[in-house]
Design a binder for this molecule. Structure first.
Ligand SMILES: C[S@@+](CC[C@H](N)C(=O)[O-])C[C@H]1O[C@@H](n2cnc3c(N)ncnc32)[C@H](O)[C@@H]1O
Ligand code: SF4
Length: 363
């Protein structure tokens, strides 16, 4: 039975309740920082510590499953670079969690790899695509031939029945190529999302920002191109929720968590503050309930929403506390990319005459 128009589906209500009560439904596990690409904008910052062994990763997965997590994403680095990837991914499924895989697609150019992924019955594979042609994609990945391999990988996944979500961080090298990327995604029978913010490296290094899209381009992206690139959806804006629900700027430390290749438990992929090491704790539930780090991050997300609500562009902000902290030294500090995007989104809604329901990603 479908949900009547104007009403929230039971699933939406479940997700909202989990968010309000900080019940984690999803987790990201970065299983390695190794990678076969050399993207100049990559946010990863490996420290050189030994990464978790197969046994330790499986122990971490057991603790994540015990916490009640439903959706588990394997990411990295490039997760397929781990020889024990299949053992790890099978363990995710054995524990009853839905599996998502983030990949650059390079190794999936081998049809046998795509078939093996399909055999895991994942929810989806999210594949990064940086251009509609080799020149742009390969310039961003730093690997000649990577475009052909990634596209072949996507075809193989679709041919094996795997749902594919393509992801494209917008940079100044591909900003004029977005429409062609959209056409390519359609021809590959795949979904596509764009990300308008290039984040600093996890260690605070700001080098990736040199590749951020031009400010003038962002005005065009949100104003003229957004609807066409997003199948008629209007740019996202915050809709105040019911009074009995928590207003937070994001789900960091609330809707999910991230575990890095060394076992450090982080509030999310962008907030790299450790709440403890998953191999040194008895249960994740105790950390989830009692960690002062997670408690502080949840409170900061509520405070960030409160402050943005007082800003003239408040509802139009997509605000990341992790980026803010790395760029301004303050998790609540307004960073230029957030302000530029918010202003452009407000103007876009003004021109469209929309109060605009947001097109949000699935949790
Ligand atoms: C770190 S990668 C890991 C998975 C896989 N190696 C890949 O590239 O898809 C996860 C996602 O983050 C994106 N990404 C990496 N560095 C970024 C940055 N500085 N800003 C925005 N997105 C970034 C990648 O393009 C990819 O879509
Ligand atoms: S493929 Fe992914 S992990 Fe590898 S360098 Fe590029 S963004 Fe980073």
């Amino acid at each position: 039975m479908s949900t009547p128009p104007g009403e929230r589906s039971p699933y939406t209500r479940l997700v909202e309740k989990a968010f309000s009560e900080a019940i984690p439904l999803s987790a990201q596990l970065e299983i390695t920082f190794r990678c076969n690409h050399r993207c100049a904008f990559c946010y990863n910052a490996p420290s050189g510590r030994p990464e978790m062994t197969t046994r330790q990763v499986c122990e971490a997965l057991g603790k994540i499953a015990d916490l009640g997590v439903l959706y588990l994403t394997l990411t990295g680095g490039e997760p397929l670079c781990r020889e024990d990837f299949w053992e790890i991914a099978s363990e995710v499924r054995r524990l009853g969690m839905a599996l998502r895989i983030y990949t650059n697609g390079y190794l999936v150019a081998d049809p046998a790899v795509a078939r093996r992924i399909a055999g895991l019955r994942p929810l989806e594979a999210e594949v990064s695509l940086h251009g509609s042609k080799p020149g742009i994609h390969d310039a961003l990945t730093g690997v000649r031939g990577s475009f052909e391999r990634t596209v072949a990988g996507v075809r193989n996944l679709r041919g094996s029945g795997v749902r594919v979500q393509l992801k494209c961080p917008i940079t100044r090298l591909n900003q004029e190529d977005l429409r062609a990327i959209k056409s390519l995604a359609l021809s590959l029978d795949s979904y596509l999302t764009f990300d308008a913010v290039v984040t600093p490296r996890d260690d605070g290094n700001l080098d990736p920002l040199a590749l951020r899209p031009d400010d003038g381009f962002l005005e065009k992206y949100w104003g003229e191109w957004y609807l066409e690139l997003h199948d008629g959806k209007t740019p996202p804006r915050n809709e105040p929720c019911a009074p009995d629900r928590v207003e937070a700027v994001c789900g960091s430390g609330r809707g999910g968590l991230t575990v890095d290749p060394y076992g450090e438990v982080l509030p999310c992929v962008a907030m790299r503050r450790s709440a403890g090491n998953i191999l040194e704790i008895e249960t994740l539930a105790k950390v989830w309930r009692e960690s002062p780090v997670l408690e502080e991050v949840r409170a900061l997300a509520v405070e960030a929403r409160r402050r943005l609500d007082a800003h003239e562009d408040g509802p139009y902000f997509s605000f990341c506390m992790g980026v803010a902290e790395k760029q301004t030294g303050d998790p609540l500090g307004l960073y230029p990319q957030a302000e530029i995007n918010a202003r452009a989104v407000r103007r876009a809604h003004g021109r469209l005459g929309t109060g605009g329901a947001a097109g949000r990603k699935t949790p």
